[in-house]
Design a protein around this ligand. Sequence first.
Ligand code: LAC
Ligand code: ZN
Length: 467
Amino acid sequence: VPAFQIITTRHLEELRSILGNENVLTDQPALEIYGRDETEDLFFPPEVIVRPSTADEVSAVLRVASRERIAVTPRGGGTGLSGGALPIYGGIVLAMERFNRILEIDEVNFQAVVEPGVITETFQRAVEEKGLYYPPDPASRGSSHIGGNLAECAGGPHAVKYGVTRDYVLALEAVLPSGKPLHVGARVLKNATGYSLAHLLIGSEGTLAVITKIFLRLLPLPRHRKVLLAAFPSVEKAMTAVASVFRGGVTPATCEFLERAAVEVAEQRLGKKFPNGQAAAQLIIEVDGDHEPALAEEIQAVAQAVEEQGATDLLLAEDPPKIREVWDLRRGIGEAVKAISAYKEEDTVVPRSRLPELIAGVKQICAHHKIRSICYGHAGDGNVHVNLLKADMDQNLWARSSEEAVGEIFRLTVSLGGTLSGEHGIGYVQRGFLPIAVHEESIRLMTEIKRVFDPAGILNPGKVFPP
Ligand code: LAC
Ligand code: ZN
């Protein structure tokens, strides 16, 4: 355990002089809130929460923390699923929620400048009003922050066609743990100018620097969408069908997989019925574009491909309210699973042709450990969220079995050419498993990069690297 300083009255006074009393919180209710994110039922209370609103304030806080060797955990919307925002050593939570301005939407260059505390969906709505599109759409987008999306390199259903958060970031302003400001990248669409430090910061899970300003690339908003819901008599058939969707040359905007149990928990929680909800598994395939006849043809091709793979019922959703309903249900699954049991959520990703082997293996591993699993996710990306449920298992047995099962699932994933996390990050809960997927020499390089950025080791300590 690194030796961090405990926060003293003197530290609090210094933080208050930087940020004002109202932005330095130590009350119990605040400690309760900022001691959690969406990861399992984990709770690590910070000693103090600070809420800066300028890069200078972030800088001043980090200077104090570096000088005094106090752990600092940056936090966005607190929707993370790998424990990235948990202050596991106490210390300071650096809450970025007051960085909530959209500074610019540049309709000529298709770019935007935002502060990291902007809620992802708020930003998406703002650019859509101007006919522009910011595709990364994590299920948590109604409350996640863009800054947190960058820290974790968030994905979402539309990543299969449009890529992940990293693919939209042109440049960044950030503050190093020492307090020094950092400007990386440029507001251009191509950049071959030195190492891409911006892309290194994205997905670094708040361990290298604190992002304070973000320059994003936008697309024109596709004018039309159509969604095909395809029901399958088995999980394996649905998984086998995934690759066939792409074979005809169609790149769907989404290709999501849901097994029946995932649909059921969301139905129960939201009190709504999902079309085809009784099927053993389904795929949600969306196509988007500007030319409606072309979309109709794509849907036709997809329908034929999945029928050849054994899809039974096909349903088409074309009007926006219907489509929204489908996506609301889909986005509700994560929270719904959480509501029924203590659980562990994995974020495995494999080449999509290996999905049938992944899902069969996961089911086998879980059966062996007598653990109930619920699987769903972004099958087009080969990205499956595997939820292991504790249900009424004895706590000790659960702790041991789930740890073993997760290790087995990860080894299987890597043997299929995949890796541990497609979009949730390694954070706190996956860190012990990192060596399963990442070679020793790579971990050594990462450790050295961490040291270059953060020699005092104060920024989001205890994350990413195996303990
Ligand atoms: C989802 C989150 C859990 O896809 O990533 O619902
Ligand atoms: Zn997801």
